[in-house]
Write a protein that binds this ligand. Structure first.
Ligand code: TYD
Ligand code: MG
Length: 481
């Protein structure tokens, strides 16, 4: 007997429960469960009781057509996708509302349409007039992009099935799409999943590439596009701090390319500008001569990236001192602080600690440990680090500075941007030999770095900051650890 079963589906992660509860046990989010028709989670077309048809099985060695790619006309976007959009692939572009997803895709689609491809842009959020207004602002009104404001997946698929197959279709956004095959309201996990499934089927069948735009919301009110992440070929995330003009496009998943490349853009009054040399940009507004800043020589994908880490260490008035970090992993910060306390005699338990990665970048590399430690100690002892030095190296729990990959690439970029010295792991010195003109300060243990910075601090204290003279030595319990 067919029974209409209802279930409660988490709008954040898609886990289903047969009764309502406040917290989703699967992802830990609160108030994300919504009632949905359980049978509806599979589109009607798939649920039919027909007997399965037979299909031919293939061998691994068969000749497969090389995936031909469509270049977006934007170098930074192509870098992240791995060289362009693959035929028949579906890509999800996620990001906070207002970060610039529609702007990025309007620019890219215009360039591709101008290059002579059939490109369709379906907006489920904005009226045609609004999309036109944006294109006008970007100076792209003349691009032959085919535009529509539609939300019904069936209508979209029927329309696009006519005439030449579009080379690329943008669906902005997947949360606004709905399909007749399921009964849930638009924006629910079930609708998002079923709509995405229908569009993915269309892409695979026709060979058109599809870009799905997905808003990521933290409160879980709108279904997170997370539920479609495993269905699509690639997931790109568009990140940035709202107040900063820099935007980073990062591949989170990519079946046809690398996942560690980033594309860097700058939001201007005339749309997104590609940033081909990000180091220059991230260092362009450096606070030269301020204690607590260190330049980290990092790597993002295949590209070196120099970025400034800023630390503030200040006496706390709270029982439990504050630890706040923007752009870096908080548990990594805790680890570096613990190593500084345990092995280098740096007392931080009475201090609030703030760490910020300049420019709104997010760093994922452990190689940033050394630069973070340098910035922290520099702020604590109020001693400015040399402005012409870069830092990189991983710190182990025992306080040893461990080697990291791609030392020569990091040093080359630093030299290119006019840096004179590098503080790096001792064990990387061999790799670095013969690298252009940088004086290398290879260190083996974090204690060495702390002692060097402390020495700068007391020198400075003697001459210019008498108040520091008494404060500095007391903060170090040398000889321990
Ligand atoms: P939008 O692409 O609409 O964001 P999303 O689709 O991710 O929600 O971009 C919105 C923001 O970008 C908005 O705050 C205005 C800003 N913006 C510019 O600064 N310059 C521009 O040329 C454009 C088109 C937008
Ligand atoms: Mg938008």
């Amino acid at each position: 007997m067919a029974k209409n079963t209802l279930s409660f589906v988490c709008q954040n992660c898609g886990a289903a429960y047969n009764r309502w509860q406040g917290k989703c046990e699967s992802c830990g989010e609160w108030n994300t469960l919504a009632e949905e028709d359980a049978t509806g989670s599979v589109p009607v077309s798939i649920r039919s009781k027909r007997k399965g048809r037979t299909f031919a099985l293939e061998s691994l060695s068969g000749k497969t057509q090389d995936a031909p790619r469509l270049s977006s006309g934007m170098t930074e976007l192509d870098r992240v996708t791995g060289g362009g959009f693959v035929r028949g692939s579906v890509l999800l572009v996620g990001g906070d509302p207002g970060i610039g997803k529609s702007t990025l895709l309007t620019q890219a689609t215009s360039l591709m349409a101008r290059a002579g491809h059939r490109i369709v842009y379906i907006s489920g959020e904005e009226a045609v007039a609004q999309v036109r207004l944006r294109a006008e602002r970007l100076g792209l009104s003349d691009a032959p992009v085919q535009l529509a404001a539609e939300t019904s997946v069936e209508d979209i698929v029927s329309t696009l099935s006519e005439g030449a197959v579009p080379r690329l279709i943008v669906i902005d956004s997947i949360q606004t799409m709905w399909t007749d095959t399921v009964e849930s309201a638009p924006g629910t996990v079930t609708q998002v999943r079923a709509s995405a499934q229908a569009l993915i089927r269309f892409a695979k069948k026709t060979g058109a590439a599809i870009i799905l735009v997905g808003h990521v919301t933290k409160d879980g009110q709108i279904a997170g596009p997370r539920v479609v992440e495993h269905m699509v070929d690639a997931v790109l995330s568009f990140e940035g701090e709202g107040s900063q003009q820099f935007r980073i496009l990062r591949a989170v998943k990519n079946r046809f390319g690398p996942t560690d490349e980033i594309g860097v853009f700058e939001m201007t009054g005339l749309g997104l500008r590609e940033v081909t040399n990000p180091s220059e940009l991230f260092l362009s507004e450096r606070d030269l001569g301020t204690p607590g800043t260190a330049v980290f020589a990092g790597i993002e994908g295949t590209r070196p990236l120099l970025v400034e880490l800023q630390a503030l260490v200040a006496p706390t008035s709270l029982g439990t001192p504050r630890r706040a970090v923007v752009g870096w992993d908080p548990s990594r910060l805790s680890m570096v602080l613990a190593v500084l306390e345990a092995h280098c005699g740096v007392k931080l338990s009475g201090h609030d600690v703030y760490l910020n990665v300049a420019g709104g970048l997010r760093i994922h590399e452990p190689a940033a440990d050394l630069a973070a430690a340098a910035a922290l100690v520099s702020s604590l002892v109020n001693a400015q680090l040399p402005t012409d030095a870069v830092y990189f190296g991983e710190i182990s729990l025992s306080g040893v500075v461990r080697p990291v990959a791609q030392t020569p690439v990091r040093l080359k970029e630093a030299a290119k941007l006019g840096f004179q010295r590098a503080v790096l792991p001792e064990s990387a010195r061999g790799e670095a030999s013969g690298d252009a003109g940088l004086s290398l300060n290879a260190i083996n243990s974090l204690t060495t770095l702390v002692a060097e910075i402390a020495a700068r601090g007391s020198r400075r204290g003697d001459s210019s900051a008498p108040a520091e003279k008494n404060a500095t030595p007391a903060r170090f319990r040398r000889g321990e650890g």
